[in-house]
Write a protein that binds this ligand. Structure first.
Ligand SMILES: Nc1ncnc2c1ncn2[C@@H]1O[C@H](COP(=O)(O)OP(=O)(O)OP(=O)(O)O)[C@@H](O)[C@H]1O
Ligand SMILES: [Mg+2]
Length: 254
């Protein structure tokens, strides 16, 4: 399937600094019995700093696969994944892990918090294990919890938090490493309407304040207008992202 890059998202000339995330002709095949399944078919996508793209499309169309490849969790079969100006195809596994930790924030549907840790500890643990001093990790964690509206809940464990609050901890945790790219897979799937709206609003604010390049998979087309562009996946192929209003009026996002 033919694919176009993000004209709607590239107000300035492209460079590593203005476009922290670039996928170029990415194809991903999974083994399937004797043959293969093409989860991604020559996908190209470029997201500028401070911009947020909604990724929509039917179940099985490849949305999570795109995020996994963009997160460098899965290497593509062919094509380039360029994060913060670095072509990840040339990196060894260890280098890839370091790049991911430093530059990519990943937020999945289920927060995956550790039951025994308080909110502030959920944020601190990874940061501290990566060699940052405990005091600095704690200070940054408390600042981020404040940013996501959980200053009062820093000492609470997951079972003492609502679903929306747990997702906020998840978002704050993804920001601990000062990412340039934020990849979000259906962050509102487990939440009611009011909480969903506030989570998407928070992701919008974080994208603006931290100037990250954000891709958010969502089934809630209602929240698409909060984002700068929407891209549609079908059968592993991506349509060129367009501004939400244009797509909605064309009826494509339904
Ligand atoms: N680890 C895997 N091994 C084999 N096939 C896989 C694997 N992960 C995904 N697939 C296949 O790749 C295709 C795309 O899956 P993907 O999870 O990316 O879809 P999706 O758009 O995220 O769907 P949903 O909306 O249901 O989450 C599907 O055909 C799926 O069965
Ligand atoms: Mg998925």
């Amino acid at each position: 399937m033919s694919v176009t890059t993000t004209a709607a998202l590239t107000p300035t000339a492209g460079s590593a600094l203005t476009h922290p995330l670039t996928l170029s002709n990415v194809t991903l095949e999974y083994p399937d019995g004797g043959g293969t399944i093409k989860a991604l078919d020559s996908v190209s996508l470029r997201v500028a700093a401070g911009r947020m793209v909604s990724l929509v499309g039917p179940s099985g169309s490849g949305k999570s696969s795109l995020l996994a490849v963009a997160a460098t969790l899965v290497r593509p079969t062919s094509g380039d994944v360029i994060i913060d100006g670095i072509n990840t195809g040339g990196l060894k596994d260890k280098e890839l892990t370091a790049l991911r930790r430093e530059t990519v924030g990943i937020i999945f549907q289920q927060p995956n918090l550790l039951a025994s840790l308080t909110a502030v500890e959920q944020l601190m643990i990874g940061h501290h294990l990566r060699g940052n001093p405990l005091k600095a990790a704690r200070s940054r964690a408390l600042d981020l919890l404040d940013l996501v509206g959980l200053a009062e809940s820093a000492g609470k464990r997951p079972h003492q938090l609502s679903g929306g609050q747990r997702q906020r901890v998840n978002i704050a945790r993804a920001l601990m490493g000062s990412p340039k790219v934020l990849l979000v897979d259906e962050p509102t799937a487990a939440l009611d309407h009011a909480r969903s709206a506030s989570i998407v609003g928070l992701l919008r604010r974080v994208t603006d304040e931290f100037q990250v390049a954000t891709v958010m998979v969502t089934h809630d087309t209602e929240f698409v207008p909060l984002t700068d562009a929407v891209a549609v996946m079908r059968d592993g192929g991506l349509t060129a992202p367009v501004v939400p209003g244009a797509l909605l009026s064309a009826g494509v996002a339904e």
